[in-house]
Design a protein around this ligand. Sequence first.
Ligand SMILES: Nc1ncnc2c1ncn2[C@@H]1O[C@H](COP(=O)(O)OP(=O)(O)OP(=O)(O)O)[C@@H](O)[C@H]1O
Ligand code: SF4
Ligand SMILES: [Mg+2]
Length: 368
Amino acid sequence: MYFPVRSGGIVRRKVGDVQAVDGISFEVPEGGSLGLVGESGCGKSTTGRLITRLYTPTAGSMMFRDHDLAKMSNSALKPLRREVQMIFQDPYSSLNPRHTVGTIVGTPLLVHDIVPKKQVLSRVQELLEVVGLNPEHYNRYPSEFSGGQRQRIGIARALALSPKLLVADEPVSALDVSIQAQVINLLQDIQRDFGVAFLFIAHDLAVVRHFCPEVAVMYLGKIVEIGDRESIYSHPRHPYTQALLSAVPDIKQATIGGRRERIRLEGDVPSPINPPSGCRFRTRCPIAQDICAKHEPPLLQIGSRHKVACHFPGEVHKHPTEPITARLLGVDNAGNPDPGATPSPDLVTKPGYDDTWFDLDTKTFGRA
Ligand SMILES: Nc1ncnc2c1ncn2[C@@H]1O[C@H](COP(=O)(O)OP(=O)(O)OP(=O)(O)O)[C@@H](O)[C@H]1O
Ligand code: SF4
Ligand SMILES: [Mg+2]
């Protein structure tokens, strides 16, 4: 997803692109949940808005059952919109202050003709009960609720259409810590009771630790590492994931498995209008080498459910000294063309996992 950047003045010429989300690839299993984590501005909300087709992607595909959501017209999308719903980042701005809770939760039921008009109110009350609100409060306005309660209204609205996939965009980050756990528990109950799949977007890895068996880490529009819980929390191989894990505040470290040595990242996140060449993380990476500026590291599968995009993936302080990707890319260790080498055809990132992968110890593709 690229957003055009235009010049000022009367003739607003296009002068560049915000490369907000660039060639990411992942899968959310039916009834499962994937966590999507990264710093502010890395493209998480954009990803959520693409999947729910609030944005139309500039390229790529998004398969939902046999439909490519990316290429469908608005009218063809309408029946599918029911099945893919979003909970928004900000419970204060995502609810219309002039509408009652009954109208907010009931409107999707009417628009999609889910229940006869006479039954809308009782369905709304059922939904309010599911999310732990008083069903008699359907006539109240959002301003009469607390932040946590408003987020529950947003969840009730998203549930109204019995979706198959819920994109939850930082559903708890605007809430008090004491309320966060309650809302996460509610989402967990919903997942268990209704079998809804989740794409759960969060700022830090501790929030999604218990909710998501699988986590993807994003940096500046790219997925840099993706894998099951064990791989991401216990065996991260990307320097950025390692830094994120080490930066989780002490009180939350217990939830992700004890204290870790703090890795400080220098500098700011670069602009997505003019991202660094090669690996986008290289300007802040403590172990970057020449090849990192010349070639983008492929998102390589390195375990049965683990992929990483780094030329030097390894444990903290044990990153290899030579790029593991050079031979695959057909270049020498400094990233210069190597006429004798043949680039590997296996580098295109597909969603999900293969049953063969690149073994970091033997440096060959193999099977478990
Ligand atoms: N409609 C838009 N037009 C232009 N640029 C946009 C638009 N929406 C997002 N962007 C840019 O795309 C990048 C990704 O934004 P996005 O909102 O997806 O980040 P995020 O990961 O959700 O951040 P946060 O954690 O702060 O919510 C940012 O640089 C943002 O400025
Ligand atoms: S590819 Fe290079 S710059 Fe990028 S994360 Fe790996 S070592 Fe760092
Ligand atoms: Mg966001």
